[in-house]
Design a protein around this ligand. Structure first.
Ligand code: BGC
Length: 752
C-alpha cells in the first residue's frame, strides 16, 4: 500500500513521525522533516535497536532485589537534517507554504518520500526526499534528495550534518515513557571527510560506543565540511540553472560497539562499499527484498481493499521493527519511538513471533537466539528473586537484566518464562530444526521449566500450585494460581520433557547436556508437576477463573465509567484496581487460544462471555485475543469488530499514543486474528490445523504459510477453502481435525 498524507498539519506531526518512520530491525529513524522542526510537537529520533544507556532507578524505600539500574534505548545524534536555502531564503514547509505537499510510505518498495513544490518568483522548485533504511545493509540509512528547478536560477545551498546535541523524549505524567531527561550521548570525536564527516560517541553510563558517519554524492555541487563542538556541519552549494535536476545522495551509516569491535572503521568501510554500489542499485535491492518478503507474507482480502492495505501496513511495520541479528528482539514500540524505552517484553514471543515463524522463519529463529543469548542473565535474575535453580527471564529488558521498577505488574509476571518456552516449542513444531533445539532450545526449555519447580509447591491434596504471581492482566496483581500462568507453566514443563526425550533418545543432546546437567529424575519431577498443575475451574459458571480469588471480588462497573477515565491506569491507584474484577487485557481467553487442549467448548464460550464483560482493553494486546477467540467460536460479527479495532490501532491512533511508537504486539495481533482466528490455524505436537471461517465482510482471503520448509497456499472463501503446496514435498496437515495430505494439486474443502 501507499500511505499518503497530503496536508502539513503540525498537530498531526508527532503521529506521522511514527507512521512514516523508516527502520530495518537494526536502525530506526522517525519521520521527522529534513528541514528541521524544533518544537514540542515533534520528537526527533534516531535509534539503534538494543543500543542503550543505563539509568539509575531510585526508590526512597528500596527493598532487597529491586533493580537499581535499567536500560534505555537512546536517542542518537541527529542525522536527518538537510535545510534548503535558495538565494539566501530558507525553504521549509513551515516557513513558506509549498504549492504542493505529499508524504508517502510505500510498503511494497520499502521507502518513504516527501514531495514539495515551492513557488519562487515566477518559477518553481520541486523537492523530493526519498528515505530508505536498507533491509539488505542494516547500517545504512539512505536519503536521496532530488531538486528540480523550473523557470528559475540562483544559488542553492544545503545545510546538513550530524548533531550530537540530543536528548531522549520525556513525559513525567505518563508511566509509559521516560520521566527524567538525561544526557545519554557524549561526543568523543568529530572528523571531517572530503564528502562528509563522522562522529564517535559514547554513552554516559553503559560504556557503549557508536559511530555515525555521513557521506554525500552530489555531482555538480561544492561540498564544505566543518567539525564543531556538537558534531559535523556539511554544506553543499551550487548555482542552479533553470530547468535543471540535481540529485544528492546522502549515505548515513550507523555502527555500534555491541555488534562491531571498531565501529568507526566498520562505518568507513561500509560507506565505501555502499557509495560504490550507488543509490539506484541499493533502492533496487530493497525492492527485490520486499518482493521476496511479500511473496510469502502478503494477505489478500479480496473485496475489501481497506483491510488488505491496512494489513499490509501492519506487516510492513513488523518487518521494520523486528531485530534479526540474534542479539536483539522487537521492542514493544519497535524502533519508531521511545515509549517503554525500547524494552522487549512477552509481546515478541506471543504476538509477533507467530507472524515471522510462519512467513520468515529465519527471523523467528533470530528472535529465539536472542532469548538464548541472555539465558545467563535469566539465571542471575532467578537467584535475585530467591530461586535456587533455573532461569527467570526479566519482564522488561534490553540486555537481559530486569528494568521494571514496579514489580507487581513487572517482575511478578513470571508467565514470561512460559511465553518464551511456548515460542521455542512452536519453532520446533513448525521447523523440525533439531540442531537448533539441541544447541539452544533445550537449554532454555529446561532452565525455564526448572524454575516452576522452585516457584510452586504441592497442596495437601496433591495439586501443584503457583502462588503470588501476576498474569497478563495487569489490573490484577500478585495472586495465587493465575490460570494463564499455570497453563503456560504446565506447557513449559511438558515441552522440556518432550525435548529431553527427543534429544536424549537420539543421542543428540550435545550442548544441552552439559549446559543443564539434567537428569531423568528431574525430568520425572517436571512430568509430575505438569500433571498435578492446578487449573482453577468454576463449575457453576463453567469458566476458568482468572485466579483463585478472582471471582470473590466485586465487579467494576465499566458501563458507568466515563469515557475520559480510560485507560484506568492513568486515573486510579493500582491498589484500587486490584480489588475489582476488571481486566486490562485478555488473560484466561488468551490461555484458551494458546493452550486449548482439554478445554470444553462450553468453557471457552462462557469464559469469553464472562471476561468480555469485564475487560477494558486498555492494553493494545487485548482486542486481538478476543477477536481470535470470537472467530474460533463462530461469532462472526464480534470477531470482525475486534479484528477491525486491532487492525486500525496505529493508523487511526485509537489508543492516542502512537506518537510514542507503534504498538507492535497489536500489529502482530492483526495477522493472528486473520490466520489463527478466521482461518483457525494452530500448531501443536500433532501438527498444523485449520478450521476456516471466512468473514462476510470480504469475499476471499488468500495467504501463505511456511511449514516444515514447505510453502502452503491457503484460499479461504465463505463456504469452502482451497489448499495446495506451492513448494516442497507432500505433507500432512489437519482441517477440521481430519488429516489430509497436501500436495501441488489444490484440494477443495467445503466448510462444515
Ligand atoms: C501491557 C503488557 C505489555 C506492555 C508492553 C502493557 O500495557 O499490559 O502486557 O507487555 O504494555 O507492550
Amino acid at each position: 500500500m501507499v500511505l499518503k498524507s497530503t496536508k502539513l498539519d503540525t498537530e498531526a506531526l508527532l503521529l506521522e513521525e511514527t507512521l512514516f518512520h523508516t527502520a530495518n530491525g537494526y536502525l530506526g529513524v522517525r519521520g521527522n522533516m529534513e528541514e528541521g522542526f524544533d518544537d514540542p510537537k515533534s520528537i526527533r529520533g534516531t535509534y539503534i535497536n538494543g543500543f542503550y544507556d543505563t539509568v539509575d532507578l531510585s526508590y526512597p524505600e528500596r527493598l532487597y532485589g529491586f533493580p537499581v539500574q535499567a536500560q534505555r534505548m537512546i536517542n542518537l545524534p541527529d542525522i536527518q537534517t538537510i535545510k534548503i536555502i535558495f538565494d539566501g531564503n530558507e525553504l521549509s514547509p513551515l516557513i513558506n507554504k509549498p504549492a504542493e505537499y505529499e508524504r508517502t510510505l510505500d510498503t511494497k518498495e520499502g521507502i518513504a518520500k516527501r514531495h514539495l513544490i515551492y513557488t519562487v518568483g515566477e518559477g518553481t522548485l520541486s523537492v523530493i526526499y526519498t528515505r530508505m533504511a536498507s533491509f539488505c545493509r542494516p547500517e545504512l540509512f539512505l536519503t536521496v534528495l532530488e531538486i528540480t528547478s523550473k523557470n528559475l536560477s540562483g544559488k542553492l545551498e544545503l545545510k546538513a550534518g550530524i548533531n550530537c546535541d540530543v536528548r531522549n523524549y520525556t513525559n513525567p505524567d505518563d508511566p509509559r515513557v521516560a520521566a527524567e531527561s538525561v544526557r545519554h550521548i557524549i561526543m568523543d570525536d568529530a572528523k571531517t571527510l572530503d564528502d562528509g564527516g563522522y562522529v564517535c560517541c559514547s554513552t554516559s553510563a553503559s560504556e557503549l560506543e557508536v559511530a555515525l558517519l555521513q557521506r554525500y554524492k552530489a555531482t555538480g555541487m561544492d561540498i564544505s565540511t566543518r567539525a564543531t563542538a556538537t558534531g559535523v556541519e556539511i554544506n553543499l552549494t551550487t548555482h542552479i540553472n533553470t530547468n535543471k535536476k540535481y540529485s544528492i545522495e546522502k549515505y548515513s551509516i550507523l555502527s555500534d560497539s555491541i555488534r562491531q569491535p571498531k565501529p568507526v572503521e566498520y562505518a568507513l568501510g561500509a560507506a565505501d562499499e555502499y557509495i560504490k554500489a550507488g543509490a539506484g542499485a541499493l533502492l533496487a535491492e530493497q525492492k527485490d527484498y520486499m518482493d521476496e518478503f511479500w511473496h510469502v507474507a502478503a494477505i489478500k482480502t479480496e473485496g475489501n481493499k481497506e483491510v488488505e492495505d491496512t494489513l499490509e501496513f501492519n506487516l510492513f511495520q513488523l518487518l521494520q521493527s523486528t531485530g534479526r541479528d540474534g542479539i536483539t528482539s522487537t521492542a514493544s514500540k519497535g524502533i519508531s519511538g521511545e515509549g517503554y524505552e525500547g524494552h522487549y517484553f512477552w509481546d515478541t514471543e506471543i504476538y509477533i513471533f507467530p507472524f515471522f515463524l510462519f512467513t520468515k522463519p529465519e527471523i523467528a529463529k533470530a528472535l529465539l537466539t536472542y532469548r538464548h543469548s541472555i539465558i545467563n542473565r535469566a539465571r542471575e535474575n532467578a537467584l535475585i528473586m530467591g530461586h535456587k535453580s533455573g532461569a527467570l527471564y526479566s519482564w522488561r529488558t534490553i540486555s537481559g537484566s530486569e528494568c521494571s521498577s514496579y514489580f507487581p505488574s513487572g517482575a511478578a509476571q513470571y508467565h514470561i518464562n512460559g511465553d518464551i518456552a511456548y515460542s521455542f516449542m512452536q519453532y520446533w513444531y513448525a521447523t523440525g530444526d533439531i540442531e537448533f533445539m539441541a544447541q539452544k532450545g533445550a537449554e532454555v526449555l529446561i532452565e525455564t521449566a526448572r524454575l516452576w519447580l522452585d516457584v510452586g509447591h504441592y497442596s495437601a491434596d496433591g495439586r501443584f500450585l503457583l502462588h503470588c504471581v501476576t498474569g497478563p492482566d495487569e489490573y490484577t496483581c500478585m495472586i495465587n494460581n493465575n490460570y494463564y500462568t499455570n497453563r503456560c507453566a504446565q506447557a513449559n514443563l511438558k515441552g522440556a520433557v518432550t525435548v529431553y526425550e527427543m534429544l536424549w533418545q537420539q543421542n543428540a543432546a550435545g550442548h544441552a547436556e552439559q549446559a543443564t546437567g539434567i537428569t531423568q529424575e528431574e525430568i520425572n519431577l517436571f512430568e509430575k508437576a505438569a500433571d498435578a498443575m492446578w487449573l482453577p475451574y468454576d463449575e457453576a459458571l463453567d469458566i476458568n477463573p482468572q485466579d483463585d480469588s478472582f471471582l470473590e471480588k466485586p465487579v467494576w462497573d465499566i458501563a458507568k465509567t466515563p469515557n475520559d477515565k480510560f485507560p484506568l491506569l492513568l486515573h486510579h491507584h493500582p491498589m484500587h484496581l486490584y480489588r475489582f474484577q476488571v481486566c486490562k487485557q485478555a488473560d484466561t481467553v488468551l490461555a484458551h487460544i494458546l493452550f486449548e487442549d482439554g478445554i470444553k467448548d462450553s468453557t471457552k464460550r462462557n469464559s469469553f462471555d464472562y471476561y468480555q464483560r469485564i475487560s477494558t482493553h486498555d492494553s493494545s494486546l487485548s482486542r486481538c485475543a478476543f477477536g481470535i477467540m470470537a472467530a474460533r467460536l463462530g461469532l462472526e460479527n464480534k470477531a470482525y469488530e475486534y479484528f477491525y479495532d486491532t487492525l486500525i490501532t496505529d493508523l487511526e491512533n485509537t489508543h492516542g499514543n502512537t506518537k510514542d511508537g507503534l504498538h507492535t504486539a497489536n500489529l502482530g495481533g492483526s495477522w493472528m486474528v486473520t490466520v489463527m482466528g478466521f482461518a483457525g490455524m494452530r500448531l501443536n505436537e500433532k501438527g498444523l490445523h485449520f478450521k476456516f471461517m471466512q468473514p462476510g465482510m470480504w469475499n476471499r482471503t488468500c495467504f501463505k504459510i511456511n511449514y516444515l520448509g514447505r510453502i502452503i497456499n491457503v484460499q479461504m472463501e465463505r463456504d469452502k477453502s482451497k489448499l495446495s503446496l506451492e513448494k516442497g514435498q507432500p505433507v500432512d496437515i489437519y482441517v477440521n481435525d481430519e488429516k489430509i495430505r497436501l500436495n501441488q494439486t489444490p484440494l477443495e474443502l467445503p466448510h462444515t
